[in-house]
Design a protein around this ligand. Structure first.
Ligand code: ZN
Length: 305
């Protein structure tokens, strides 16, 4: 008897690196390769080379930096669109991977990949939880999941660009988002450390007062998303989301939310990712690729009937 092997592909496509991984149907990682984000030809070429080692691959899921086009009805579906990374503008990511690998490809944002991984990891413990996952890194964005589905309308949410009230001692800082200045990304993304203090984030100690300013902004975003979506948990990943920082966010959140409605223990509500080693997006991708494999198989069966 011959056993059919199912292997699942994952790309976490970030602005500085791609994390390519292959996993089995139980989401155990079998192989992984980190590829620097240079040009589409180089980076996608190296990714294709990596996945071609695995002819048993049944589907690939890509969680990408953006902005990306996720509207299946659009001509540019599967493209990275008008990103500030000029070489990647109008890059037909999905088309390139589909042509090279000839397998179904799932396509979503980096933060949706991460929130899905957290959902997979937490769904049994919390009974189908509604979750929001923020990445606070070079850029800021969030993905949300409710009843196992991503939240979004004509496109994916842009929760990094909500407008916020300024902290009284931060009025002179010009936020780094060229579109809004006073939005979450403009006020708390990693490069704001350099812009405010002249030093990069990793050199800023946990007890620096700038963290209180940052916490005030992140807590406002948490209050807004609490009011709009009423999630079970808000998860903060990315380089800015240090555990000591989240302590400050919880304190500010408590003051701003003011016990309006119960959210449970703040230690359980405002949290770092549950998947270790920055692995949320890879786990999410494996699960999304598995769904896609099942869907492709059921179509095959339909057409055979
Ligand atoms: Zn903005």
């Amino acid at each position: 008897m011959r056993f059919l092997i199912m292997l699942l592909g994952s790309i976490e496509a970030g602005g500085t690196k791609f994390v390519c991984a292959v996993g089995d149907e139980n989401f155990n990682e079998i192989d992984k390769k980190i590829i620097p984000t240079t040009t589409p030809a180089e980076t996608l070429g190296a990714s294709i080379e990596f996945f071609k080692q695995y002819p048993e691959l049944t589907a690939l899921s890509i969680a990408s930096f953006g902005p990306i086009d996720t509207n299946p009805a659009s001509e540019k579906y599967g493209y990275i669109t008008d990103t500030p990374k000029v070489k990647w503008q109008n890059c037909n990511f999905v088309g390139t991977m589909t042509d090279a690998l000839n397998i179904p490809v799932y396509w979503t944002t980096d933060v949706n990949g991460s929130v899905y991984g957290e959902y997979v990891n937490l769904k049994d413990k919390y009974d189908n939880p509604a979750l929001v996952y923020y990445t606070l890194g070079t850029g800021v964005g969030a993905g949300a999941i409710q009843d196992g589905r991503f939240i979004g309308g004509i496109s994916t949410p842009e929760m990094g660009h909500v407008r916020l009230q300024r902290h009284p001692v931060d009025l002179n800082f010009t936020g780094i988002c060229p579109y809004h200045h006073d939005c979450l990304e403009g006020l708390v993304a990693g490069p704001t450390f350099k812009a405010r203090l002249g030093i990069s984030g990793e050199d800023v100690p946990d007890n620096h007062p700038v963290w209180d300013i940052m916490a005030y902004y992140v807590a406002q975003a948490a209050v807004q998303v609490t009011a709009i979506l009423r999630p079970q948990k808000i998860i903060f990943g990315g380089s800015v989301s240090r555990p000591a920082f989240l302590e400050r966010v919880r304190k500010q959140f408590a003051m701003l939310w003011n016990d309006y409605l119960p959210v449970g223990s703040l230690d359980e509500y405002i949290v770092n990712p549950s998947v270790p080693g920055n692995g949320s997006a890879t786990l999410g991708n494996f699960a999304l690729a598995k769904h896609l494999t099942a869907k492709a198989k059921s179509h095959q069966t339909d057409s055979e009937l």
